[in-house]
Design a protein around this ligand. Structure first.
Ligand SMILES: Cc1cc2nc3c(=O)[nH]c(=O)nc-3n(C[C@H](O)[C@H](O)[C@H](O)COP(=O)(O)OP(=O)(O)OC[C@H]3O[C@@H](n4cnc5c(N)ncnc54)[C@H](O)[C@@H]3O)c2cc1C
Length: 358
């Protein structure tokens, strides 16, 4: 059982099993862990850690991280900073500032109830608002960077609060400065998004969302209709991390040149029709291809590995599931087996999406 230290109003826990702080439910032990509920608590916690020369890791809901078996000899800070501040500009647009520890899907739900379309495609993505900019969360043709105007973060190197405009976050496909050049430097305390009640045009809507609405004969396109459609599609394809240990898509969709694509399709002409959508065209003769289709084509859909206790999800091969793995080493063996197969078969190197910590 974890011991407790009291620091001001905060509790710092000792020897904490990190498997409780990742939806993959694997990993070793953290020397210390604390939850912060208010931005004013940050400097006090940091002073405590600095006095002991402890390294720091900031997390939210643990839905995009995998802890190593070695654990973490430092202090884990779990962001629970709450708060909503909605400022309407006019009848159709508004700006919403959200505490970094707020549950992302509850944020989306609130904005949809208030009649705003903007975040509806990002429904049901697990995790916190503060983590959303880190990998620039995205789904159904939308990504956070489309809506984020600015964010507040605490600079752990300079010990002060800073503000970044969206344009300063170096957003890309599932990435940002917080995942690359400034990894582990900032604790994101709040984010501000711009909301719009104007409905997107039918042709601007993501193909699978449009198909779902057409197939179900749904004519209206209210924000709630879009949210319900996204929730239904996601529930039909993805496991709920509350009941099935997983971190969502385990590999990012590869971005390759059109000539590499041609080489793959020449070798496997059936691949393009294997999945509902296999290719997304990008500028400069580049394409993004569905990693899930590669895994499925290679025989990894609903694949259960008795040796490692890991599996791929029955309805989406891209989701790796911990059925009865003993430790993170098992997951890493299973992951490597998939990477090697895809490399050998299609000459594509898959990139892991959830972060391996520390
Ligand atoms: C079933 C399932 C489906 C998913 N679907 C999608 C999807 O459709 N699209 C998508 O983009 N992602 C998806 N994900 C991944 C995940 O939900 C997102 O990456 C989410 O933003 C992670 O939030 P979190 O609070 O759990 O972050 P954590 O997993 O706790 O942390 C993720 C990273 O962010 C850092 N971090 C966390 N909070 C902060 C903070 N306040 N300040 C600075 N750094 C911080 C951590 O150090 C870590 O590097 C899915 C995951 C699951 C389990």
């Amino acid at each position: 059982m974890a011991a407790r230290f009291i620091l001001g109003w905060m509790q710092i826990l000792k020897d904490v099993p990190l498997s409780d702080y990742s939806t993959m439910r694997l990993g070793g032990v953290a020397n210390y862990l604390t939850k912060i509920n208010d931005r004013d608590e940050i400097s006090e916690v940091l002073t405590w850690a600095n006095n002991r020369q402890l390294p720091i890791l900031v997390i939210g809901g643990g839905s995009n991280i995998v802890w190593r078996d070695e654990g973490f000899s430092g202090l884990v800070i779990v962001n629970h900073i709450s708060g909503y501040d909605l400022k309407s500009f006019d009848e159709t647009t508004a700006s919403l500032t959200i505490g970094g520890g707020e549950n992302w899907d509850q944020v989306v739900e609130q904005t949809v109830k208030a009649g705003y379309y903007t975040l509806a495609p990002l429904s049901l993505i697990p995790g916190t608002a503060g983590a959303a900019p880190v990998q620039n969360i995205g789904a159904y043709g939308s990504q956070l960077s489309d809506a984020l105007s600015d964010l507040e973060a605490y600079d752990l190197h300079k010990n002060k609060f800073v503000t970044f405009l969206g344009s300063e976050c170096d957003f890309g496909y599932r990435t940002s400065r917080f995942k690359s050049t400034d990894k582990n430097r900032f604790l994101i305390t709040k984010i501000t998004v711009q909301l719009d009640k104007n409905s997107p045009k039918k042709e601007e809507m993501y193909h699978s969302l449009n198909s779902y609405l057409t197939e179900n004969d749904i004519q209206t396109r209210t924000p709630q209709v879009i949210r319900d459609a996204v929730v239904n599609i996601r529930n039909s394809k993805l496991p709920d991390p509350k009941t099935v240990a997983n971190c969502g898509s385990f590999f990012a969709n590869p971005i390759i040149t059109t000539s590499e694509l041609k080489r793959i399709l020449d070798a496997y002409p059936d691949l393009a029709s294997w999945h509902s959508k296999f290719i997304w065209e990008l500028p400069n003769e580049m394409v993004k291809i569905a990693a899930g289709a590669l895994l499925e084509h290679a025989g990894y859909k609903d694949f259960h590995d008795p040796i490692t206790g890991m599996a791929t999800w029955s309805k989406q091969a891209l989701v790796l599931v911990n059925e009865h793995a003993k430790n993170t080493a098992d997951l890493l063996i299973f992951k490597q087996k998939i990477i090697d197969t895809i490399q050998q078969k299609y000459h594509i190197t898959l990139e892991q999406e959830p972060e391996l910590l520390p």
